[in-house]
Design a protein around this ligand. Structure first.
Ligand code: SF4
Ligand code: SF4
Length: 134
């Protein structure tokens, strides 16, 4: 059973503009969200992103957090910044920040919560990192 991310009042994920992907292939009903469509330059296929305000914050981020919490997209339900941090090598984390696909604040939030992962989860992340990046 994975540990829940103890987000508390953190909402950094909701402020990453280019990182707010919708995944219709995993059940997201794209048309039910304010969104924009980009084209994947490599494949020519459409990519769907939650609409963001000019400051890069998701349009559904309110003063007290997500205003559509019960129907938030799959990425918002499943993303675990701690595992994301542990699996990615530093250079890849830096690249994501540079491309606007994540933010330094997300990785800082992750680092502050690493101790809340179980030893088994940490080991699993380590193995994935070795599998994908060595
Ligand atoms: S950055 Fe981590 S702690 Fe902050 S909202 Fe995202 S998943 Fe939660
Ligand atoms: S839908 Fe909600 S949880 Fe997802 S990015 Fe927007 S405000 Fe955050």
């Amino acid at each position: 059973m994975p540990t829940e991310v103890p987000c508390n009042t953190c909402t950094e994920c909701c402020k990453t503009n280019q990182g707010l992907f919708l995944h219709p292939e995993q059940g997201d009903d794209v048309e039910s969200y304010a969104h924009r469509v980009l084209t994947d330059q490599a494949t020519g296929t459409p990519v769907f992103l939650l609409a963001a305000n000019p400051d890069g914050h998701c349009v559904y981020l309110g003063l007290s957090g997500c205003t559509i919490y019960d129907r938030r997209p799959i990425l918002c339900r499943t993303f675990d910044c701690r595992k994301h941090y542990l699996i990615l090598p530093r250079q890849d984390r830096d690249n994501l920040v540079r491309l606007g696909l994540s933010s330094r604040a997300v990785f800082n939030a992750a680092r502050a919560r690493l101790k809340t992962l179980s030893p088994e989860e940490r080991q699993d992340c380590k193995e994935k990192r070795e599998e994908f990046f060595s």
